[in-house]
Design a protein around this ligand. Structure first.
Ligand SMILES: [Mn+2]
Length: 590
């Protein structure tokens, strides 16, 4: 059997052990040039791509009128509008699905204000993800004639046949992985960025961006100037305002922020700051959301969790209304509701996390012998266990699977660590689940309830056999070495050119060798878990540093003990002064 472990082959990049994690990254002297050039090189952006990466403009996007699949779908929808057919946009309950739904709804109702267009988002618990036959029957019975999917449908071969029997015209737009057997639904038009033989130029895009490109294709077909493909100003504004929604979907669906996604998120954030969409304005008006300006992190940590909150707990209907029909007063009421649900979700998450930690410790799944966590409970909400798994992986440095038990089944999800493929492990540990799917890093699983214990034993045994104790130490990717002197306001400020940051393009992590802490760190924050101190180079240059949640590592920070540190440099603009601040991620005593 082939090994499931990448760590059994040696990572080509050297690693050093810090207090918290193994550091993977370039050796000293590996690269030359300015810091930004070294960072780009570390990310595989060479001299030829440098300018387009830094520029990241919408002009670099593939033109929708150059794509036959987008044109066919655009024409089918325009024809449906012209014929006055009743249209349903069928989406998904996560943020990508909700924003994709809103993009098409806004476009269709602008193109034809009196069109009959409704949205349909399945209930997470009662219906589950994707096109389902019963929903199609409901829509047909209601008089719907054309169904356009967003963020789902590419695997719906049987449902497409069912739709045809019901007399529904079906147009599918999706970005999920097609079926293993290669069968595609037989429909009027199908748009998908990564189908074999008809891939888009940039394939890693979310459902909302697929929908936005379709919107652009429709607007161009109907109102674009023939040669230059220019739109009249109000329609250009529509495209800009819906770009904010596409950016939210892109970040929330954790797309890699490279290629087209960089331009979409960068310009989408600019559009978000000026948005006229009442629902988005109401979200931005929440106290904590846009306090420090708007960046990809604003979307990831402040907007997306709230938009997700109602869908996680069941129905995404309120969030869809927020981004489609809601007027200003409705929008602020919905945002209040979503904020409340998000707080509820966080409380649920904390409760499950505390419970799971205690049970993992009791079951001996947090020590060195048993190297994975698999637990089940009837009390745990299936919509939240995935997030809790991520936190367990962070805390205990090992794969974690949590299941909710109900009736005679157990359903849940898991998260993994570097070098351990979760899906492969689930499928090869000797207990066959009813259903499993996902990736190396994250997976979903359904079991018969009376097999949970056997599965847990088999999975933990498998992980304990394949993972070494060293594998359980968290890992940290380092982009480049630098000197303290080099991290001045101008250089650190210039790193913002690499934004937006997220998956595939994280905030630069920089290693500083041979520095010292000048005085005992100060404890800060309400929780008294954070540290503040100054780092000094051998040549005597100081920088302010912070270590969030670093108090437990305070004894590694004895003044004047030589250290190597990994930091994320930032510009702090407190009281209008611009200063460099280093966010410490890990230290190593030399
Ligand atoms: Mn999606």
């Amino acid at each position: 059997m082939p090994s499931l472990l990448a760590s059994s082959t040696v990572d080509p990049r050297a690693f050093t052990r810090g207090v918290v994690a193994r550091w993977f990254g370039p050796r000293t002297g590996d690269a030359t040039g300015s810091l930004i050039d070294r960072l780009l090189a570390a990310r595989g952006v060479g001299a030829t791509d440098r300018d387009s990466f830094l520029r990241a403009t919408l002009a670099d996007l593939e033109r929708p009128w150059e794509r036959p699949d987008l044109l066919a779908a655009a024409d089918a929808i325009l024809e449906a509008l012209d014929r006055g057919r009743r249209i349903a946009i069928y989406g998904d309950y996560d943020v990508d699905g909700i924003t994709a739904t809103a993009i098409l709804w806004r476009t269709l109702t602008t193109l034809k204000p009196d069109a009959v267009v409704r949205t349909y988002v399945p209930h997470r618990i009662d219906e589950g993800y994707g096109l389902n036959g019963e929903a199609l029957e409901t829509l047909a019975a209601e008089g719907i004639e054309t169904v356009i999917t967003v963020d789902c449908g590419v695997t719906a071969v049987d449902e497409a046949d069912h739709a045809r029997r019901l007399g529904l015209e079906l147009i599918i737009t999706d970005h999920h992985r097609p079926r293993e057997d290669g069968r595609l639904p037989d429909v009027r038009a199908l748009v998908h960025p990564s189908l074999d033989g008809r891939e888009h130029r940039f394939r890693d895009i979310c459902g909302a961006l697929v929908a936005w490109k379709l919107a652009w294709a429709m607007l161009d077909r109907r109102h674009g100037s023939p040669a230059a493909h220019q739109l009249p100003p109000p329609l250009r504004d529509l495209l800009t305002s819906t770009l904010a929604l596409a950016a939210i979907g892109t970040v929330a669906d954790v797309m890699p922020l490279v290629g087209e996604n960089r331009a979409v998120v960068r310009y989408g954030i600019a559009a978000l700051a000026k948005t006229e969409i009442p629902g988005l304005r109401a979200m931005l008006a929440l106290g904590d959301v846009a306090r420090d300006g708007i960046a990809s992190e604003t979307i990831a940590f402040r907007l997306a969790p709230r938009l997700n909150a109602c869908g996680r707990l069941g129905s995404a209907e309120a969030a869809v209304r927020l981004l489609t029909t809601a007027t200003e007063p409705e929008a602020s009421a919905i945002v209040k509701e979503l904020d409340g649900l998000n707080n509820e979700r966080r409380a649920t998450e904390r409760r499950i996390y505390d419970d799971a930690c205690a049970r993992a410790r009791d079951a001996g799944m947090t020590g060195d012998d048993r190297r994975a966590i698999v637990l089940a409970s009837p009390e745990w909400h299936a919509g939240v266990v995935g997030i809790v798994c991520s936190r367990l992986v962070d805390t205990f440095g090992r794969p974690a699977i949590l299941l909710q038990e109900f009736d005679d089944i157990a359903k849940g999800s898991g998260r993994s660590i570097r070098g351990f493929s979760l899906l492969a492990a689930i499928q090869s540990c000797g207990e066959t689940p009813l259903k499993s799917g996902g990736h190396d890093h994250a997976a979903g699983i359904t079991l018969k309830r009376d097999r949970v214990q056997a599965f847990a034993d088999a999975f933990v045994a498998h992980a304990s056999k394949t993972l070494t104790v060293e594998d359980l130490v968290a890992s940290l990717d380092v982009d480049a070495h630098a000197t303290v002197e080099e991290l001045d306001v101008a250089t650190v400020g210039s790193l913002e050119q690499l934004a937006p940051f997220g998956r595939g393009n994280p905030r630069p992590r920089i290693r500083l060798d041979d520095v010292v802490v000048t005085a005992p760190p100060r404890v800060m924050g309400k929780s008294e878990t954070h540290l503040m101190f100054h780092l000094k180079s051998a040549r005597g240059t100081f920088r302010k540093a912070k270590w969030w949640d670093g108090r437990r590592f305070a004894e590694s920070l004895r003044p004047n003990t030589p250290l190597d540190v990994v930091v994320e440099p930032k510009i702090d603009t407190y009281l209008g002064d611009r200063n460099v601040e280093l966010e410490v991620k890990d230290v190593r005593v030399r």
